[in-house]
Design a binder for this molecule. Sequence first.
Ligand code: AMP
Ligand code: ZN
Ligand code: FE
Ligand code: FE
Length: 283
Amino acid sequence: MRIDLHTHSTASDGTDSPAELVAAAGAAELDVVAVTDHDTTAGWSEAVAARPSGVALVRGMEMSCTGRGDDGFPVAVHLLAYLFDPSHDAFAAERERLREERVWRILEMAARMSAAGLPVDGERIVDEAGPSVGRPHLARALIDAGIVPSIDAAFAGPLSRTSPYFVDKHDTRLSRAVDLVVASGGVAVVAHPRARARGRLLAVAEIRELAERGLGGVEVFHPDHTAADVDMLVRLARELDLVTTGSSDYHGTNKSVRLGDFTTPPDQFAAIEAAATGVPVVR
Ligand code: AMP
Ligand code: ZN
Ligand code: FE
Ligand code: FE
């Protein structure tokens, strides 16, 4: 069984349409794939319709959150939400608010760049991006304008958190996000908790608190984690009785990782499916 529980489509900042994504999952001989676009379920219906018969589809999302960093200051954290009911009102409203924050933030960053003489058109980036615009869309515009040679260079330079163009958005408090996922029948899994290239790390004490609050799991096997990170997270998950997942965090050509490069153990996936009451796995 090959199970990849974290991928992105053109519904957010991946480059495969949802139909192309599930087809690619079939070609990569995955048995299970989760579509987890940032802050939106917009890719779900196309993925369901285009799903090859041999691939089970997990409808999910990656939610933009703010947690407590290991130094006590706020830190950006991603929360994977699986198999939740998309019609839960409070959760749907919060997703919409997050997408509005995304638009505002990209317009704001593009405006700062324009003011400094960089030729980027924020309105156009937002119009062409689809339902959930992100910094990778702005990275593409910077490449097209000849300002940076690659997406990595964009993230290391003008899009980095320390850049003068960087604008922070107002994401969901992590504890509230877990509450919303649980209330809508989903399973919440902290995404790449040790991915330190993104900045400071989420405090382990907060993972302990969230486990008491209904957090279901932690993403352990991930391209941004070292062997030491994996060891630490496996031990923590065992202690807190959390599921451990693995996933590629595939973004099409926006990142070099391939579907199925990192996978979830079948018993861990079974535990997620058994705990969810929102929507079923599509088989
Ligand atoms: P945003 O959600 O708009 O803040 O943009 C951050 C997203 O960009 C992350 O969730 C990743 O999916 C993606 N990302 C971050 N760093 C890179 C990178 N070096 N190359 C490609 N994508 C990246
Ligand atoms: Zn992304
Ligand atoms: Fe993420
Ligand atoms: Fe992701």
